[in-house]
Ligand binder design. Sequence first.
Ligand SMILES: Nc1ncnc2c1ncn2[C@@H]1O[C@H](COP(=O)(O)OP(=O)(O)O)[C@@H](O)[C@H]1O
Ligand SMILES: NC(=O)OP(=O)(O)O
Length: 311
Amino acid sequence: MFMKIVVALGGNALQEGKKAPTALEQLNIIKETSKHICDLIEEGHQLVIAHGNGPQVGRILLQNEQSKNEIPPMSLDVCGAMTQGMIGYHLQQAIGEELQLRNIDKKAISIVTQVVVDKNDKAFKNPTKPIGQFYSKEEADILIEEKEYTMTEDAGRGYRRVVPSPVPKEIVEIDVIKKLVDEYIVITVGGGGIPVIKENTLKGVEAVIDKDLASEKLAEDLDADILLILTAVEKVALNFGKKDEMWLDSVSVKEANRFVAEGHFAKGSMLPKINAAVKFASSKKGRKAIIASLNKGSDAVKGKSGTVVEI
Ligand SMILES: Nc1ncnc2c1ncn2[C@@H]1O[C@H](COP(=O)(O)OP(=O)(O)O)[C@@H](O)[C@H]1O
Ligand SMILES: NC(=O)OP(=O)(O)O
């Protein structure tokens, strides 16, 4: 059966390990990812693609900070917009090339997408979203002292800078997206969308929206059948990284909520994916979310890989 699928690609899964890639390395990683995306397209599913930007937006912010004596630094919302262009460009190239190889007459297009957030969202006073590079505890302590960064330990992988991550309320360009999805492979809400608040006009704010939550909003707005969250692990685990680690094939919304309460999912990494999956699966009968590995999307949709979250 053909499905309408919103695919959310992880920002950490668009690079190899923790290493910052060159432009060519990033393109090559995205080319590999695109082969798997195109498997789903070739199988007849309608795909809409969202992507993360945590590592990338952090690095652009750092580049801006490091050259601030010569060039005025851009604000975080503008850095987010830059990541939509950069990652969207590579996705367009890679998916375009792969579709051409398979003689599929479709084009991928990226939409610079703004997402409305509440200016009073308490996230602005409590930064939780990890971005950019990973640091050791010693390096993090120096950055906190010298640059007044807020830093947190990120899922056992090291310390990262954290920034506010308000809840996505409304996708500004949704009407355009709805018009385009039948004809094109649409790439949208990159990096969770550029956060804006509604005053008389739309005004960019310094934050990074969680792309899993924004993808969930997109999937609901488009009435998708599946929210497919692709990341660096094949499945969701209980007791992740511990001796008694247990990988899950499927989980009900009720069980997922219990596992959240028991603290199985790391904040800023697996927790937002589970929260997005639970929200989508609960939003309408028949909808399901799957969390799976970047190169196993097609298997996951066939029920052969990943963790399914259903009501
Ligand atoms: N319970 C868990 N099960 C599986 N992975 C987990 C769990 N808790 C934390 N993780 C970590 O979360 C990572 C996914 O989050 P993240 O790297 O932020 O995603 P993204 O691919 O969207 O950038 C996994 O690669 C894994 O290292
Ligand atoms: N914006 C966002 O959630 O990015 P990551 O998925 O890369 O963390």
